[in-house]
Write a protein that binds this ligand. Sequence first.
Ligand code: ATP
Ligand code: MG
Length: 457
Amino acid sequence: MATPANRGLRSRDVPEAVRGVLRRLGEAGHRSWLVGGVVRDLLLDRTRHDPGEFDLATPATPGEVQALFRKVIPTGIEHGTVTVVEGGARVEVTTFRGEGAYVDGRRPSQVTFHGDLEADLARRDFTVNAMAWDPLADELRDPFGGRADLSRRIIRAVGDARARFAEDGLRPLRGARFVSQLGFRLAPATRDAIPEALPVVALVSRERVAEELSRLLVGAHAAAGLETLRTTGLLGVVLPRLAALPAPRVRHALAVASEPFLACRASGPAGDRERCRLLRMSALLHVLPPEEALQSVVELRLPNRLATGVVALSGGRCGLDQGGPPGGKGSAVDTRRWLSAVGREQAPLFLELWKADARHQGARTVVRTGEVRRFRARVAAELRAGVPLSVADLPLGGKDVLSLLPGVSGRQVGEALRLLLEEVLVDPDRNTRALLSERLRGWWAARPADPEHAGPA
Ligand code: ATP
Ligand code: MG
């Protein structure tokens, strides 16, 4: 029987390839359903377009599904999941499942297949993720009140939260991530069940933890997600070094990470999400000594690119929390040296982080914000002037050095280029071939005798 008026659920929002798979399964006597996050998102009017994001649940066994379609990839066949390839689209189809006892805080000891949709929904994590919709008949199955929770904006565990979290430590992390992505609250019983589940959460692989944190950080409601991590104790599992700091430092880190960075505004291009993630992760770790920030990144097994960026931004040479912008007294040379050290690409990220940090300095907020603003203006002026900032900006390269200085060694070429860079950082007007060649010859002539790399007498 069709439920009336499934507002937000329109079968035309389901890609034809997905409907085709549902139709074929139904014609073979296996009435099948869209389930999980995609139903949640369609009800929220968050339209999905990639057929790969439409999870189908079916009473057909994986073997029966394989027999019905020409091309089927046994993606996770032992868990009942296969990928049907139809007209270029890939659609995941999972047999209704039940699960045996959980053994390692992540995975059930065994999986059983059955024909009972409700039992399949009962094993899902949250009520808003435990709905099924048949777009062909327009029937919604919602045995746990997921729709009501959606409209009240609540994340509630299916069944007894303590038992569900004890089975699988990933669930509390997913819960906090949904808080960030959707702006929902955790139901009180769901939230209260988290602290005692922390030992189980600690069993989750670091990569999965990092993945959930990464997604939480770029959610539209990251502040709420981070606050959930902190107040439930999940932060101690996710970033133990941060969580071990005195409470005001932790709150400061979270406040900076929650700033509305430009890169974190919704609907930015993909690159901005990465930037947003980088800024927020760096902000979280900026209160740690650089070695500890590095250790945190290593322990989390962050993907390389992100890890490198976070390490550069959160600590080390340009420590955000260590006295604010360099060149505070305002010399243009200091500004150029700083720009040269961090690089054109990274500079705006530092400035964004400093600005965010400055806004959470209590009594010093006004002073610090002003310092950052002035430094930012100086940086902008240097960049507008197009001053040389790296060896690549010099009119002389390694080959020129080799031909200008007879007998120079490879190591000395590097030294010479750094010398020229320093020369033009002090005075950008000296960035000409003639002046730098002259400087180079002078340096070569005046260098102390080097027995290893003796030049001509
Ligand atoms: P997103 O795709 O944005 O991560 P999602 O809810 O679709 O959100 P998936 O990981 O794609 O999440 O999982 C699909 C569905 O599988 C979920 O909606 C939920 O019903 C179920 N599910 C996923 N992970 C778990 C888990 N750890 N425990 C119980 N059910 C889960
Ligand atoms: Mg999904």
